[in-house]
Design a protein around this ligand. Structure first.
Ligand code: GLA
Length: 350
């Protein structure tokens, strides 16, 4: 399949960019995967734990260098061509091109030499499915736009640059999980990331089982604004607690007694959000233990608790996600099911 896709990209690029057919033309072809998150939802920007796994759905870019400082990209999904200038991509356009432009902006801030390119983008990650089509596009763009291949940044710095582009340029206050998973993901394993120390390790998946992502195909509703609102609630709670407990810098520093203290300081809704985050972090570590000891029943319970918490406390599930989870757990052989990613629509992980 890779051979076929590479051929198709080469062909589509040549049809649009005569430079790509010149003798000796240097076509750079890159790809970056999407991800599912096993557990640890809305914990990354609270400096907690996440456990994502890269998936076989991925985003490709084939590009040739241009003499002028311009990035011109065509999405084969909708055949739209969009462009921006280097080194300053200008204001965001409110479209998919903002993700590559945000990466260009962030890499530029770090002093990474960039090149003008003309390229085509192809992706098997359904847009808006919660499988990190944005992060995959960002990382593919980073590998495409860097003058040097690979970019002169450590992998974690590259992931953080892509995240910064999305935070500052695109305006989505996401955490590091998706970009991290796209950079570090490897076939057949999940990854545990401590979003505070940035320490990470691989986690073996149970033999004889497969990870299945199921797409509700329901649109994300108000995702970016709701997402940013959740994050703001968590940060407000941390600020309230830090005022009387100076050692608290994030919800990672909060335990059950800390939640009791928070109950005196914040409104009931904010307390529910924080309760989700604090206990979800514990569930990630419990999931690691369950995977390592092969306790799949416990894994199923933790998935169920995580989903209920995202539905009732963090309030980011949807009727479609709840229905898919209910159906999946009624199927013999399914170990566990829960919503994955930001929520408000998108996929379940099973
Ligand atoms: C989105 C964000 C991630 C993470 C998840 C929720 O995928 O991009 O940083 O916050 O939502 O866990």
């Amino acid at each position: 399949m890779h051979g076929g896709r590479a051929e198709r990209l080469r062909h589509e690029l040549a049809a649009r960019e005569p430079a790509a057919t010149a003798a000796g033309a240097d076509v750079r072809m890159v790809r970056a995967p999407g991800r599912v998150n096993l557990i640890g939802e809305h914990t990354d920007y609270n400096l907690g734990f996440v456990m994502p796994a890269a998936i076989t759905l991925e985003t490709w870019i084939a590009a040739v260098a241009l003499a002028e400082p311009v990035v011109r990209l065509t999405s084969l999904e909708n055949t739209e061509t969009r462009e921006f200038a280097l080194p300053d991509p200008g204001p965001r356009q409110g479209e998919w091109i903002d993700y590559p432009a945000g990466v260009a902006w962030a890499l530029g801030q770090l002093g990474v030499p960039l090149r003008g390119v003309a390229g085509v983008i192809d992706s098997t990650i359904p847009l808006g499915s919660g499988l990190s089509s944005s992060a995959a596009l960002e990382l593919a763009a980073a590998w495409t736009l860097s003058a040097a291949s690979p970019p002169p940044l450590a992998p974690m710095e590259l992931a953080r640059a892509a995240q910064r582009g999305e935070n500052v340029y695109v305006g989505v206050n996401c955490g590091l999980m998706d970009q991290f998973a796209s950079v570090f993901g490897r076939a057949g394993e999940a990854l545990l990331l401590d979003c505070r120390s940035l320490e990470h390790r691989s986690v073996a998946l149970p033999a004889g089982h497969v990870l299945v992502a199921l797409d509700t195909r329901s649109p994300h509703r108000l995702e970016a604004s709701q997402y940013n609102a959740r994050r703001a609630q968590c940060e407000a709670a941390v600020a309230a607690l830090a005022a009387c407990q100076p050692g608290v810098h994030s919800l990672r520093d909060v335990d059950e007694p800390g939640l009791d203290r928070l109950a005196q300081l914040v409104d009931e809704e904010t307390l529910r959000r924080c309760t989700h985050v604090v206990r979800e972090n514990e569930r990630v570590l419990a999931t690691l233990a369950a995977l390592e000891s092969g306790d799949l029943e416990q894994l199923g319970r933790l998935f169920a608790e995580s989903h209920a918490s995202l539905r009732d406390l963090y309030e980011v599930s949807s009727p479609e996600l709840d229905a898919l989870v209910a159906i999946a757990v009624s199927v013999p052989g399914v170990v566990g099911a829960r919503m994955t990613g930001a929520g408000f629509g998108g996929c379940t992980v099973n």
